[in-house]
Design a protein around this ligand. Sequence first.
Ligand code: BGC
Length: 734
Amino acid sequence: MKRILIILFSVSGIATLAQTPIYLNPNAPVEDRVEDALQRMTLEEKVAMTHAQSKFSSSGVPRLGIPENWMSDGPHGVRAEVLWDEWYGANWTNDSCIVFPALTALAATWNPSLAELYGKSIGEEARYRNKNVLLGPGVNIYRTPLNGRNFEYMGEDPFLASAMVVPYVSGVQSNNVAACVKHFALNNQEKYRDYINVTVSERALHEIYLPAFKAAVQQGKAWAIMGSYNRYKQQHCSHNQYLLNDILKKEWNFDGVTVSDWGGVHDTKEAVNNGLDMEFGTWTNGMNFGKSNAYDEYFMAQPYLNLLKNKEASEEQLNDKVRRILRLIFRTNMSSERKYGSFGSPEHAATGRKIAEEGIVLLQNNNNILPIDIEKTKKILVVGENALKSMTVGGGSSSLKAKYEISPLEGIRLRAGDNAEIKYVAGYESPPAKEQDVKDAKEPQYKEIDAEALRNEATAAAQEADIVLFIGGLNKNSGQDCEGDDRISLDLPYEQDALISNLIKANPKTIVIIISGNAVAMPWVNQAPAIIEAWYNGTEAGNALASVLFGDVNPSGKLPFTFPVRLQDNGAHALGDYPGDGENETYKDDIFVGYRWLDKENINPLFAFGHGLSYTTFDYGKAKTDKTKMTAGEQITLSISVKNTGTREGAEVVQLYIHDKKSTLPRPVKELKGFKKILLKADEEQIVTFTIDKNALVYYDDGKGEWIVESGEFEAWIGSSSADIKYKTVFELY
Ligand code: BGC
């Protein structure tokens, strides 16, 4: 605006807005602004925009008043400021954010309107901090429960992940902050992530691994996407011809920017030619330990300029990249609609709490032991390191500096007040870990942990309590739920299984609360009266958990991924292809990921995809369809009544799966194709309606290279989880 005024008054006071350069006119169409700015730029200015100038920023065009791009992790909150060329904190005192629940928790709400609110709120935080790109959300499919980064993603099912990512992206971008959807694509494990070459069928790529990205781009209209570290078709995905040029830009008409993962670029020509627009994280302490402040040496800096000057790269190709970057700036920093944002607000904390409360999953609740009746429960014993451990720090790039974090123990204490005596014993301990986000953090000192003594102390205390709340699971240390590596086993670490078994023996009223972003084995499942999956829930984690435990909130979360009994019950592990040989990995499980594998092999899960209990009960009526036959151009309306048969209000997620009775290529037994979350008062009944069209019936034919729909009989299955199908109805496509 300042610049416009200068122009208006400098030309003898009679200049009109028409003389303002188009790119500075906030009311001009974005494409006109892009073209106008582009034709004013020098080759050097253009190249400068295509690579980082600091750890998280890239150049604008100072001469033209075009601002820099500033990016920040990540999917769960806005990362603390780091130094110009360091991963470590700049020690600002005004960058402590609200930490929202991890994306697994968001996915577990099965509530797209909460995804929109999440996106809107985190976008407001990013905007306030002057970031115009938020490095998230992540939508890589949950293929193995060992993947250290599953907590940052939205589960194993492409339909669910798509339904949740679209509103998240729109919510973020409603603040004129770009969502940068990551990690495109096939980054389904952390082990060997920097160079593993994934071989996967075209069919699995299209049916399982791409849909959430496609939805984010085409329906969510994402303005940025991040390429992944791994390779596909022998090319790194941050500069991959097939993924970035052929699919993303040509087939999906993506008009935003492609951003490399930090240190994901390996070659100038490949990067330039294979669809990369912006390079980040190279050379410095990213993947390649090397010089510092070497931004001019980035693959897309001086080496790119040299190629252009030698006519080995064309300016037209560079212009396409710069157009995309300018578009990003006009959509964000230079948009006339840009808002102010807000940061660390009570409203954002309340949003985080709401999402956490709706995402917590009640896995088991024998004899309605939960919720805790505070009138009858006077002595509560809390056991487990996760009752106290901070879960907002650690885990890699999603690590955050929280404004505050209510631990589970604190939440329980706050809720119980003076009504009960709350005692805490650790029961187990994890080895000390190197501090994240701290410059020159020291290697932790080795410390002997006497697991048996800790266990015995907790077991003795359990005998004295009215109820025991065990709060354990995984954590954000390396080798657990943490970027950079995978877990080594499905089992709970730190001898927690032995502790849980002992606690249950000592006190049968032991509630097991798992905090994790991944499935864990539960050898004690038949002894534990109640089990809760409580995720990484951020700032308000403890309050949200207490609300569910004490029944202020009726749980309504459903699992976004399967809990297998054993690792071998998962396709990638049963077939032995995970983690690959270090160089290559073939996804032999093909389209049979998650529940699709268990269905095919007839394996019972420990807890099924879509499972989650409530403190009330629901009855499903008979499903009705408006017709029993349809053509590919028609749709069928299916309705089913659902009644709350308990005594309190509760929400249920009604799930629609499609079963194809006969097909030319093998298909999963069933696939999620719809869901609705409904809130019902006690005794209330509602009709839930789904429309089924061709899109719910198609599959990808590798041979033909297209989505096809085959006529014949299908079944619509309505369930309360993927393993609890309440009603089936047949229809025909002719
Ligand atoms: C991660 C990205 C992250 C980036 C910047 C990388 O290590 O894979 O998800 O956005 O770092 O912190």
